[in-house]
Ligand binder design. Structure first.
Ligand SMILES: [Ca+2]
Length: 492
């Protein structure tokens, strides 16, 4: 398949329909590519080996394998620095502040915009989501809300709707015995499964989501499919990995939560999401163990695509929903900041676009792209007409011209235009961060201007040196704010 013409939908369809049909399944003959979207959780910018800037101690051979068959992006951004709004953005291709102007943890899905799964389903795709769903508080644990996958275009779902889930405790019994099984952002007990729930007496979430995905690929190999595989790895509780991974990284197993001696789950959970019981150095090892297991499981999915002979007709897009978190042991170096903030470390994420036969395979692109581009990129590759007024756009080479915007926290906002970034009221984590996180405590107040090309770590505020640029970016943000609030339309 020749993807060089991907910037033009008509050419894509022509290219796909001309491809050689080796293992002539009905699905391949239909000429539609399949889609597999792999979302990781809180993965650090330096925690992908394929990057030149990778952390020295990180190994991700399977993510690297994906990068080598696709394009790796150094300047890819999530639309928010935390899980829920970032996810609401990518699945609609619309910036989530359009329906959640205060930009909160609880944005939900837009009532007026189609979810990517709805569009895919309407166009004949078999759809499934495995893993973390998470559009914020008011939709958690409920089957009867628009935010539940089966109510917005997915045929199948196995996963959780919360920010996190215990990686091991997945039984009905533990749910019954825990005083607050849903009392925290992380939960214990069965997974949500289609219109009911499903318990697992043994098993590990990363492997369960992988197994479910592989099973789906095998069952639907003769149809066109759109699958999102949203791991909750490498989110807290980061210390929870299968023993063989802990052994490999030289850290000890910590006993699972036990309601008979640990009190509430929330209280137990809180002990492990900050440094204290676990040192910073140990936390990094736990993180690497968890990431290693994640990488192995991504490898299993890639192998299964080869096994069912669909690798040559499946577009894979891989990214993290936000930057590395301050206390999981993630590394965002050389960027500053972390999850929960609009410093680069909170919003710039690992991102791979892997298209079969892409002539740009194994290239690294430095142009700014957004997770809001995932939906339009998929639709264009499928030959589906794009909805009006998307904030994302199909990813194409040398598209340098766009401006990107973020809003978060008290009067917090950021704008990127070319190499310049304006950051207003950047915050830092109140918790002591691990070694891969730089906090710029002295630069948090007011408007700070950075040149990301010269200073990716946002250490030198140039606002006073370049007042005209500061003003230009302020104006861009003001215009954007007006537009997303329903005011004048602006060309994307
Ligand atoms: Ca996240």
């Amino acid at each position: 398949m020749n993807w060089s013409a991907l910037v033009r939908p008509g050419f894509v369809l022509a290219a796909i329909s001309l491809m050689a049909v080796g293992d002539a399944s009905a699905q391949e003959a239909s000429g539609k590519p399949n889609f597999l979207i792999i979302v990781t959780d809180d993965q650090g910018y330096a925690d992908l080996r394929a990057y030149k800037h990778h952390a020295k101690d990180v190994k991700t051979p399977n993510m690297d394998r994906l990068a080598s068959r696709g394009v790796l992006f150094t300047d890819a951004y999530a639309s928010a620095p935390v899980c829920s709004p970032s996810r609401a953005g990518w699945v609609t291709g619309r910036h989530q502040v359009r329906w959640d102007p205060k930009s909160s943890f609880n944005c939900g899905l837009s009532k007026d915009d189609s979810h990517v799964a709805e569009i895919m389903k309407k166009n004949g795709y078999r759809t499934a989501r495995f893993g973390k769903n998470d559009y914020g508080g008011s939709s958690l644990h409920r089957h009867n809300v628009r935010e539940y996958p089966l109510n917005h275009g997915f045929d199948e779902f196995l996963g959780c709707s919360a920010h996190g889930h215990d990686f091991f405790l997945l039984s009905k019994d533990i749910q019954k015995r825990t005083p607050d099984p849903k009392g925290h952002s992380a939960v214990v007990g069965p997974l949500m499964h289609n219109r009911g729930v499903k318990e697992f007496k043994d098993g590990y979430l990363t492997e369960i989501f992988t197994d479910a995905t592989i099973d789906f690929l095998k069952r639907h190999r003769k149809e066109s499919f759109f699958v999102t595989l949203s791991y909750n790895s490498v989110h807290h509780l980061i210390h929870q990995s299968p023993e063989r991974y802990l052994d490999k990284y030289g850290v000890k197993e910590i006993s699972n939560y036990d309601p008979n001696k640990d009190g509430s789950y929330a209280k137990w959970f809180q002990q492990y999401i900050r440094l204290g019981k676990i040192t910073a150095e140990e936390m990094r090892r736990y993180y690497l163990a968890n990431l290693n297991c994640l990488d192995d499981n991504i490898g299993r999915v890639l192998d299964s695509l080869n096994e069912v002979k669909l690798a040559d007709n499946t577009v894979i897009i891989f990214f993290s929903d936000n930057g590395g978190a301050p206390t999981t042991g993630a590394s965002n170096l050389p960027l500053a900041g972390a999850k929960f903030s609009l410093w680069e470390g909170g919003i710039r994420v690992p991102f791979i676009l892997s298209r079969p036969g892409d002539p740009h395979a194994d290239e690294t692109w430095n142009q700014p792209v957004s997770t809001l581009d995932v939906l339009p990129t998929c639709l264009e590759a499928a030959g589906i007409r794009l909805p009006q007024a998307l904030d994302g756009r199909p990813i194409a080479k040398s598209d340098e011209s766009r401006d990107l915007f973020w809003r978060w926290g008290k009067e917090g906002y950021a704008v990127r235009s070319g190499d310049w970034k304006l950051l207003h009221n950047g915050t830092v984590s109140g918790r002591k961060p691990t070694a891969g996180i730089i906090n710029r405590k002295n630069l948090t107040k007011g408007a700070r201007l950075f040149n990301l090309k010269q200073d990716p770590g946002e250490s030198r505020d140039l606002a006073k040196k370049h007042p005209e640029m500061t003003q230009r970016l302020r104006k861009l943000y003001a215009d954007w704010s007006e537009e997303v609030a329903g005011g004048k339309q602006r060309a994307n």
